[in-house]
Design a protein around this ligand. Sequence first.
Ligand code: C5P
Length: 320
Amino acid sequence: MRSYSLIAPAKINLYLEIIGNRPDGYHELAMILQSIDIADQINLQAASTEEIHVYCNHPQVPADQSNLAYRAAELMARQFPDVFSNFGGIDITVTKRIPVAAGLAGGSTNAAAVLVGIDLLWDLGLTKSELEELGATLGSDVSFCISGGTAIATGRGELLSPLPSLNQIHLVLAKYLSLEVSTPWAYKTYRQEFGNSYVKNTEDLVARANAVHSGEMVKAILDKDAAKISQKLHNDLEKVVLPAYPQVLQLRELFATQEGVLGTMMSGSGPSVFAIVESKAQAEIVKQQIRTAIPDEDLELFVTQTIANGIQILQGTGNR
Ligand code: C5P
């Protein structure tokens, strides 16, 4: 049986600015997205059942049709019905390491891996931009997750401008296991509270997006300067999530006061919070300090770092 194993890394937001409303109900964003080395493993196996099945080791991850990995496979089956019926079904096994519902694009990166893996499994030969286009129909972060690395993302989050890779920036990342923030709630609340500052026309929208392209954060990334990057971290969604979730605020404040922390920010709509530190050794110290301050086992802590890639093929037995 043909099969592929892929590595699907998480992302953090180094920058997230909400610029305006969109007619489709989403928001115009200007983000800088960054892959990190916390990753899930996705195994795809051709099956003889003519059905798509998802298996996951994590109790909170649904194995049904609401799973983004399932929807990615279903999309491919719809796009390429003849190939699908020729190859039969697909068994998808997700081994989770990325905290779920965390603002780390865990579901999106799984979907990205399924698109990349099925392209290989079925010998489709799709280009990266064809895969990104398919990904954008599944979720705003899926396109980024395909190639990953460091990129400016505008529009809904699917219009990507890659930046030079920024690997080995050391991070500590924290997430309360039982805490979830609804992404639609975060955006809706932001719109209610801050929507009157949104841009009113396309010209202003382009100007704001251009400002991010030529802004201080991009300069800091080009200089690979962790201290400057840390000073320019930004996430508009903090304005609604931190006041509503005192635990996240507390984490954020605790990180900010730790020696060796260059900067700290919530990722996406949260509730995970990351801190940039100078070295891996420093990251281990900060992790230990946070653990001592919050001995609660519900708090998951990771030492991680930025990486230069998105979906990686671990092994495969197809024709390529
Ligand atoms: O696209 P995705 O499914 O990841 O988005 C999750 C939710 O986040 C959307 O349902 C929407 O409420 C919000 N969102 C938004 N504008 C964006 C991206 C996401 O309002 N550009």
